[in-house]
Design a protein around this ligand. Structure first.
Ligand code: 5RP
Length: 236
């Protein structure tokens, strides 16, 4: 274990390390995005260097691609790879059914495409990401910049019709400018506090024309590896 890790980084590191145990030579891997997924890429790089593990990764963001390349993890595109054996990624929240909120790092679209093109998805997370019900974390929704205010209004209207009480929909910004995803889209963050029916909400959101994809991952994750600050690991 790297020296002098904070409790939160130790939790992320031990989860990543355990998940990387599932990787075998010859696998095609989806490489997630975020601080926990970055630990996974580092652990993978170590196995490639120390054990001669032969894998190829499909990064879910430009950031992850740059990290993988800098550490000597071979990468390719999803179209080259065709289908993946395993995706390992982080999450912003997971519930007892292993439904997820993702997109805190604005990479939800590529993350969902990659995860659903994989035989298996393992989520790595610190224990704080575990919730009884999704929704305390604002739900990211990737939208087309053209007419984004009309899309925002339609999302708000839909939330009213679904009797969602908290329904604050905010454009994600970095300073004065909208955050741009790797596809040059915007992110709307839906502050809902709790999501009663994530499956229905996901389906309804994706019916709105300006919506590209939402950050609810329903029936996609197979396993969650939970890391704790004291170095313990649990698997769900
Ligand atoms: C990026 C994501 C990340 O996986 C999620 O935000 C978790 O990030 P972190 O591991 O840094 O807490 O969905 O779009």
């Amino acid at each position: 274990m790297p020296a002098d890790l904070s409790a939160i980084d130790k939790a992320k590191f031990v989860a990543a390390l355990r998940a990387v145990d599932h990787v075998e030579s010859g696998m095609k891997l989806g490489l997630g995005t975020g601080s926990t997924a970055a630990w996974m890429v580092r652990c993978l790089a170590e196995r490639i260097r120390d054990e001669g593990l032969r894998v190829v990764g499909v990064p879910t963001s430009i950031r992850t691609a740059e990290l993988a390349q800098s550490l000597g993890v071979p990468i390719t595109t999803l179209d080259e790879a065709g289908w993946l054996d395993l995706t390992i990624d982080g999450a912003d929240e997971f519930d007892p059914e292993l439904n997820l909120i993702k997109g805190g790092g604005a990479a939800l679209l590529r993350e969902k495409i990659v995860a659903t093109a994989s035989d298996q998805m393992i989520v790595i997370a610190d224990a704080a990401k575990q919730v009884a019900q999704l929704g305390a974390f604002p739900l990211p929704v990737e939208v087309i910049p053209f007419g984004w205010k009309a899309t925002q209004a339609q999302i708000e209207e839909m939330l009213v019709s679904m009797d969602v009480l908290a329904r604050d929909v905010r454009l994600r910004r970095a300073g004065d400018d909208p955050v741009l995803t790797d596809q040059s889209n915007y992110i709307l963050d839906l502050h809902l506090r709790r999501i009663g029916n994530p499956r229905q909400l996901s389906l309804v959101l994706n019916q709105i024309p300006g919506v590209v994809e939402n950050g609810l991952f329903i029936d996609i994750c197979d396993k969650v590896v939970i890391g704790h600050g004291d170095g313990r690991v649990q698997v769900r």
